[in-house]
Design a protein around this ligand. Structure first.
Ligand SMILES: NC(=O)c1ccc[n+]([C@@H]2O[C@H](COP(=O)([O-])OP(=O)(O)OC[C@H]3O[C@@H](n4cnc5c(N)ncnc54)[C@H](OP(=O)(O)O)[C@@H]3O)[C@@H](O)[C@H]2O)c1
Length: 333
């Protein structure tokens, strides 16, 4: 089997570290792993398959000989450096939002639209974490009965905002219990013991950018602009694992039992739905897991063709690193 040279841009970050773990765990055939970050982290070490590897500073020349470059260092870095990687002959898989809605760039969740990846022109985009975990569960319902509308409320973990955000929750929690000060830096308000109904910046229509990402990215991945989507995205004090309440208006009636059957058969989905025993997916249980947990499935009593469900996923895995590696696997396995 051929082996590939892989660069990770943002290798020291929350997603970058998870990318390294997922590449190891899935035995992706790699002849060279090249970790890249800013000058701040150049010279530090990451460990890959038990071997220490030095982190190099990202420069326009970083991609010589690289087959695939996995980007997770922020949108402005992808904007500047993906073109250099493509010029050097690498295929970029980009975790940032920069290229997601570019009509020339496929936006891919392998369980949903793997064929779109093959149409790439050098760059493939990885969706926003909340969208990625949701569409895995929506796809079988869409195929069975069609989807007209989605109303989504999210409960998102702090790791979705990077490693600094995880430290902020840890420090504030400690501080709050010991009578110290709460100094918000990453978030606009204290996140410890709180719920903040703002993820990313506000747009003119009153939605946040994160909420609009869920609308546009869902339509692009499902390849259906007719699906009406609205979302409210909330940050909660959980370290890893996004939870979502999803209300689905289907085109044709579908029973809760039939949805459960679809979820059991769906790739990448783990059905945990036993209300009698208080069993449903929990963020704590799905942190570190590849599958997306689905539970609380019930028929919506307020409309004729409606389903309610609860969806939990590891935002650093299916929401970022795992999905990126699954895209890579479409080419290298
Ligand atoms: N966290 C998630 O759940 C998630 C999910 C989907 C997508 N994403 C996206 O992935 C990206 C990274 O997120 P993250 O959560 O991993 O953030 P993070 O923990 O803050 O890590 C940022 C990484 O980018 C590197 N970096 C920053 N500035 C750089 C520069 N000028 N040149 C080269 N490298 C630079 C950092 O390296 P240094 O060590 O040198 O600072 C670090 O490795 C973001 O665009 C985010 O939107 C995140």
């Amino acid at each position: 089997m051929s082996k590939f040279k892989i660069a990770i841009v943002g290798a020291t970050g929350a997603v970058g570290q998870e990318l390294i773990k997922v590449l190891e765990a899935r035995n992706v055939p790699i002849s060279e792993l090249r970790p890249l970050a800013s000058a701040r982290s150049a010279g530090t070490m990451v460990t890959f398959n038990g071997e220490p590897i030095e982190v190099l500073e990202l420069t326009p020349d970083s991609f010589e000989g690289i087959d695939y470059a996995l980007f997770s260092a922020g949108g402005s870095i992808s904007k500047e450096f993906c073109p250099h990687a493509v010029k050097a002959g690498a295929v970029c898989i980009d975790n940032t939002s920069h290229y997601r809605m570019d009509p020339e760039v496929p936006l891919v969740v392998p369980e949903v639209n793997p064929e779109a990846a093959k149409r790439h022109k050098g760059i493939i985009a990885n969706p926003n974490c909340s969208t990625a975990q949701m569409v895995v569960a929506l796809k079988p319902i869409y195929d069975a009965v069609g989807i007209e509308r989605l109303v989504i409320s999210t409960y998102q973990a702090v790791s979705g905002a990077g490693s600094d955000a995880m430290h902020e929750l840890e420090e504030q929690s400690r501080s709050l219990l010991t009578g110290g000060e709460l100094k918000p830096k990453v978030f606009p308000h204290p996140i410890a013991f709180n719920a903040i109904p703002q993820i990313d910046v506000f747009l003119d229509n009153g939605y946040t950018k994160e909420e609009i990402k869920m609308v546009t990215e869902t339509q692009k991945i499902m390849e259906d602009d007719r699906i009406q989507v609205t979302a409210t995205c909330v940050r909660i004090p959980v370290f890893i694992g996004h939870s979502e309440a999803i209300n689905i208006t289907t085109c044709e009636k579908i029973s809760a039992d039939k949805v459960r059957e679809l979820m059991v058969a769906a790739p990448g989905v783990d059905l945990r739905d036993n209300p009698a025993k208080s069993e449903y997916p929990l963020a704590r249980d799905y942190s570190g897991k590849d599958d997306v947990g689905i539970g609380r499935i019930r028929e919506d009593i307020s409309q004729a063709n409606g389903i309610e469900m609860w969806c939990v996923g590891d935002n650093l895995r299916k929401g970022a690193a795992l999905n990126a590696v699954q895209i890579l696997e479409l080419f290298v396995l």
